[in-house]
Design a protein around this ligand. Structure first.
Ligand code: UGA
Length: 440
């Protein structure tokens, strides 16, 4: 008989996981405390943008294989496996991860389960969390219950969430005892048959793999951006530098794109949570470099604002600035910790007349910053602009050529915050174009 699966938390991670589990043929119930989200998902409506996911959601809501509820009682003894995919946001005091949603999910489940079940954490958590939760389960579980625990971190990227879930680069399972591994091998049978590497390890290693991966990626981006600061000062071409470095397969070309820096709901908060956790462990010096990684990243935003001011000959106040892109990356409507949105707000606060356009992110940005002005399309955003800023590399922005803009802007000035435009072509058309890592 096919496994029954519950997925607790229906954000990016949980909603994707739930739909993909249904696609693999399992009966799935997604659980969330947000009744409005559950109602939307139950109608087959995805409350965020993720390519390919709406189709999967609708398909399996229609087939009846995928349902959603707010009620733990419905799933506690129904599911064989409970995946926990709730958020672990940065704590309000800025120090470490807020684990209240993870703790509450474990508590809600443990207090209701009477039979055998496996709880699998997918959320990104500070090392030591799974072992602490194991203790809570042991203390709180009903005498008839038999609850196994595993940690199975998720490495999906927004914009590629479905593909990353169906065919991950690797699967990591942190567990004690063989039950968890056997059940998870069944869940991931399709990926395993396709020779996806499987690493079975202890709780601590599984938790650390996840944060180490994100810390490494963040460090790689800040590494190249630190060189961008150098080439911005003395000259040199940052993209050529990255290409040349990338040919060394020990280094690799990916995540060496200089730009406005990293953002989103994961990399920034994860490197901060990791620093907080190692400090708690008495190792504050050990990951001091992550503070630098964060600082280099945030300096990119200041750099763009300074560059804008200098290109406008110190006349930022009142200048019409078109901001193209506010999401933290393309193919997403996510504006959490978005460098692009932060830059737009900084320019607005400095007195510029900012008009923002993003193919998918306008609504989320407007919710956070209603005072910014938003354009319905690209032509509206760039009309009469004194300066155009390309801050998120959406395909429609990457495809821009000078002829698309020159009759509508007031001045031919553009900052390429992602180094995606063919600079020579713009210079030939009479534009002042400055990219990241470029001396100005
Ligand atoms: C990241 C990781 O890549 C995933 O593996 C991980 O599962 C996820 O966090 C998570 O922890 O849930 P994501 O936040 O979707 O995924 O975004 P990325 O594709 O990693 O991009 C992060 C940021 O880095 C973006 O703002 C992007 O523009 C920026 N970036 C990326 C650069 O500035 N330069 C690069 O060369 C690459």
């Amino acid at each position: 008989m096919s496994l029954k699966i519950s997925v607790i938390g229906t954000g990016y991670l949980g909603a994707t996981h739930a739909a993909c589990m249904a696609e693999l043929g399992f009966d799935v119930i997604g659980v969330d405390i947000d009744a409005a989200k559950v109602a939307a998902l139950s109608r087959g409506n995805l409350p965020f943008h993720e390519p390919g996911l709406p189709e999967l959601l609708r398909k399996h809501v229609d087939s009846g294989r995928l349902r959603f509820t707010t009620d733990y009682a419905e799933i506690a003894d129904w599911a064989d496996i409970h995946f926990i995919g709730v958020g672990t946001p940065q704590r309000a005091d800025g120090h470490g991860a807020d684990l209240r949603f993870v703790d509450s999910a474990v508590h809600e489940l443990t207090s209701r389960i009477r039979g055998s079940a496996l709880i699998v954490g997918k959320s990104t958590v500070p090392v030591g969390t799974a072992r602490r939760l194991r203790g809570i389960i042991d203390t709180e579980a009903h005498s008839e219950a038999n609850i196994a625990l595993a940690w199975n971190p998720e490495f999906l990227r927004e914009g590629f969430a479905v593909a990353d879930t169906m065919r991950p680069d690797r699967l990591v399972i942190g567990a004690e005892g063989g039950t968890a591994e056997a059940l998870l091998r069944e869940v991931y049978a399709v990926a395993l048959a396709a020779e996806t590497p499987l690493i079975v390890t202890d709780f601590e290693t599984a938790e650390l793999v996840k944060v180490a991966a994100n810390a490494f990626l963040a460090t790689k981006i800040s590494f190249i951006n630190s060189f961008a600061e150098v080439t911005e000062t003395i000259g040199g071409d940052i993209t050529t530098l990255a290409d040349a470095l990338g040919h060394d397969i020990r280094i690799g070309r990916k995540f060496l794109n200089a730009g406005v820096g990293f953002g989103g709901g994961c990399l920034p908060k994860d490197i901060r949570a990791l620093q907080a956790r190692v400090s708690e462990l008495g190792l504050s010096h050990t990951m001091g470099y992550l503070a630098e990684v964060d600082e280099i990243n945030l300096r990119r935003r200041e750099r763009v604002v300074r560059l804008a001011n200098s290109m406008l000959s110190d006349k930022l106040v009142g200048a019409r600035i078109a901001v193209l892109g506010v999401t933290f990356k393309p193919d997403s409507d996510d504006v959490r910790d978005s460098p692009a949105l932060d830059i737009a707000v900084r320019l607005f606060n400095a007195g510029a007349d900012v008009l923002v356009y993003d193919p998918k992110g306008n609504n989320n940005a407007a919710e956070r910053f209603p005072r910014l002005h938003y354009a319905n399309d690209l032509p509206e955003a760039v009309a009469q602009a004194d300066l155009v800023l390309l801050l998120t590399e959406w395909a429609e922005f990457k495809a821009l050529v000078p002829a698309d803009l020159e009759d509508v802007v007031a001045e031919r000035r553009i900052i390429d915050g992602r180094n995606v435009l063919a600079r020579g072509q713009w210079e030939d058309a009479g534009w002042e174009i400055v990219g990241m890592g470029q001396h100005h």
